[in-house]
Design a protein around this ligand. Structure first.
Ligand code: LMR
Length: 330
């Protein structure tokens, strides 16, 4: 017979007051994107599987679209245990570890397969625990996809970005990536991006196809460049104290569910982005610009100098390990 573990019993078992409530443990999963995106779908699948398999012990609430917490406060909310699961983009952790900035280096990964290989290898896996000392446990990497550029004008070459203001996620690497082009980089929470594009405070941005499409940027970003210049992926994280306060049997089951959801998210992400790209192309609202090999090389040459700037703080070993994964023979 399965033992019913109330939050109170949990607290007694673990001596940890963090889960001390009556009834099932509540996991609030907050995120900033729409439901019909790789992360949105992942959060909903996690809830479904937990309800099916751990229904009496764990309850999951999913709060999408920054409806509970947004970029400005979600990590602090996790540390306060006001929310128990998040999946911020890897660009949003620089305050907690410099190492994850490796994912922001422009043109480091050839494609999502290369990113996947890096995340599965030793160095990539080690980064999941890079924030343990800060009470943040990395549980899995979730894909979204490669980033594309968008703007109010065509960005066929890096020179065209000069003087424009780009919304960026709060990442020093991304800030340098645009500054090096002579552009302005404006850090804004995801939820504030569409209003800023609409008002003209910023004229461009970068994101995956699924975010560019689901956030309905098209009317204010009529030019989108298939640049694939960087990656937008996530780390599923929990509050370390909360996570370790869960009884072993519950945690094992949650880990198994997370593996299953991660597999599903990471298998579906590329197709979801492809579909979003097709919808944008078919909408008639966007000029979709593809780059010749020569043009893409010009973007690479313009952005890549930021690697040197950040290699020291990220760790040369991590950057080199990431570079290795582009070799298909590996
Ligand atoms: C962004 O802020 O652009 C993204 O990190 C949003 C997300 O979570 O995909």
């Amino acid at each position: 017979m399965k033992m019913f573990l109330s939050g109170l019993a949990l607290a007694l078992l673990t001596g940890n007051a963090i889960a001390a409530t009556d009834g099932p443990v509540l996991i609030k999963f907050s995120h900033v994107v729409a439901d019909d995106t790789p992360k949105g779908q992942g959060a909903l699948l996690f809830k479904k599987l937990v309800e099916e398999r751990l229904g009496e012990q764990v309850r999951v609430e999913v709060h999408a679209n920054s409806s509970l917490y947004g970029d400005a406060n979600e990590l602090q909310a996790l540390l306060n245990n006001d929310v128990q699961l998040l999946a911020p983009s890897l660009s949003k952790f620089s305050q907690y570890t410099p190492k994850l900035q490796v994912f922001d280096l422009p043109f480091l990964f050839d494609d999502l397969d290369a990113v996947n290989r890096f995340q599965k290898r030793a160095k990539g896996r080690q980064l999941l625990s890079a924030m343990e000392k800060r009470n943040i446990t990395g549980l899995a990497y979730w894909h979204n996809g490669m980033k594309q550029l968008s703007a109010t004008q065509p960005l066929q070459s890096p020179a065209a970005a000069k003087g424009l203001a780009f919304r960026i996620q709060s990442s020093p690497v991304l800030e340098s990536q645009f500054q090096i082009l002579g552009a302005k980089a404006v850090k804004l929470p995801f939820a504030d991006t569409l209003p800023a594009l609409r008002s003209g405070t910023v004229q461009g941005t970068e994101n995956s196809w699924s975010n560019l499409y689901s956030q309905q940027y098209a009317p204010v970003q009529p030019y989108m460049v298939e640049s694939n210049h960087g990656v937008l992926d996530y780390m599923l994280v929990s509050n370390s104290k909360f996570w370790s306060s869960l009884p072993y049997s519950v945690r094992i089951e949650l880990d198994a569910i997370i593996d299953e959801v991660t597999y599903a998210v990471n298998n579906a992400a590329e197709a979801q982005n492809r579909e979003a790209r097709e919808q944008l192309a078919a909408s008639g609202k966007v000029n979709l610009i593809t780059l010749s090999a020569q043009e893409r090389d010009a973007w690479r040459k313009a952005m890549q100098p930021v690697w040197k700037q950040f290699e020291g703080e990220i760790g040369a070993d991590i950057v080199h390990a990431a570079e290795q994964v582009n070799r298909r023979s590996n």
